[in-house]
Design a protein around this ligand. Structure first.
Ligand code: MEV
Length: 323
């Protein structure tokens, strides 16, 4: 065992089932090829030392016995709460020095704080035990985001831990890697949103109109199942249709926006087989299903409509040990 580990984890984009997945329904998610990196060194002293310069945290130091207590800088919170869970489940003798760095902008809605919890847990496990167990990483990360008060489904954590294209059910009731790798293209609206706020708005609508939101969520479930079967058969046309239907239902949930619609219609009109918002909605990114022949035309159309194409691979590798 080396007692030092460097690990990286990808961000995510929800492909189908956004929001409904918060209410116990399934969703599909893809890992995106921008990564967060964490290095963990085991220390003799029982302290956490954290440097996360990308989120404004340098020289942060705290006794392990006090993790989770007092004022925690925003950029340190997901790491500190994740390590508190790790240490409670896997007591270690000393402490840890942690350094994180990120390739991706926190603006895109790729799930950067979830990725940092997963990445740091992976690195801690690798340093302390010499191997990573993705399921344990997911479970600890999910507990830690709940500790932080999140009402999210945990879908970002599963994508960062497992990578690829996943079929996921709330809280990790199912985490099923699919062997398919549909060709996605990402467009960013330029509008940064707060996921927690929009999840709370949909929750308020679900409380006010339970039967309506339940009906919409059930329809979304049937689209997720349809897309999953289509992905396994390589039927991109049906997969794209499922994305287009899902966009209509997300509009019904009240999370569309003019900008998202402009990018989505531009993509479809330029030949995308399907296009929809991804994640919370109202901003962040849209995701399109595009064959290689139409990729350049769809990318130009998204740009002409005022979006920014984020040209990175999807269905990317999950947690991995780096040298
Ligand atoms: C956000 O990326 C996806 C949502 O479904 C919230 C969640 O699942 O936690 C809107």
């Amino acid at each position: 065992m080396s007692h030092v580990a460097a690990v990286s984890a990808p961000g995510k984009l929800v492909v189908l089932g956004d929001h409904a997945v918060v209410y116990g329904h399934p969703a599909l998610v893809t890992a995106v090829g921008q990564r967060l990196r964490a290095e963990v060194t085991l220390l003799d002293d029982p302290v956490l030392e954290l440097d996360a310069p990308d989120v404004g945290v340098t020289g942060y130091r705290k006794p392990l016995a006090q993790l989770g207590e007092g004022d925690i800088p925003k950029g340190a919170k997901s790491v500190e709460l994740a390590l508190r869970r790790f240490i409670a489940a896997h007591p270690i003798k000393g402490g840890m020095r942690v350094r994180t760095s990120s390739e991706f902008s926190a603006s895109f809605g790729f799930g950067s704080s979830g990725a940092s919890a997963v990445c740091v847990l992976g690195a801690a496990m690798q340093a302390a035990e010499g191997a990573i167990d993705r399921r344990r990483v997911f479970d600890l990360a999910y507990q830690s985001v709940k500790d932080a008060g999140s009402s999210g489904s945990g879908i970002d954590l599963a994508a960062s831990a497992y990578g690829g294209l996943l079929y996921f059910v709330t809280g990790g009731k199912a985490i099923e890697p699919l062997t398919a790798a549909p060709p996605f293209l990402i467009g960013y609206t330029g509008v940064k949103v707060d996921t927690g706020t929009i999840v709370a708005e949909v929750k308020a609508r679900a409380d006010a109109y339970p039967a309506v939101i339940d009906g919409i969520s059930r329809q979304i479930t049937s689209l997720v199942e349809m897309a999953k079967a289509a992905a396994m058969k390589g039927d991109l046309r049906v997969f794209g249709d499922a994305m287009n239907f899902n966009q209509g239902l997300l509009e019904s949930l009240g999370v569309g926006s003019t900008k998202l619609s402009q990018l989505i219609f531009a993509a479809r009109e330029a030949g995308a087989l399907g296009a929809k918002l991804s994640g919370a909605g109202k901003g962040d990114c849209m995701i399109a299903l595009v064959t290689p022949e139409r990729r350049a035309a769809v990318a130009s159309a998204i740009t002409a409509a005022g979006g920014t194409v984020i040209d990175i691979p999807c269905n990317a590798e999950g947690l991995r040990v780096e040298s």
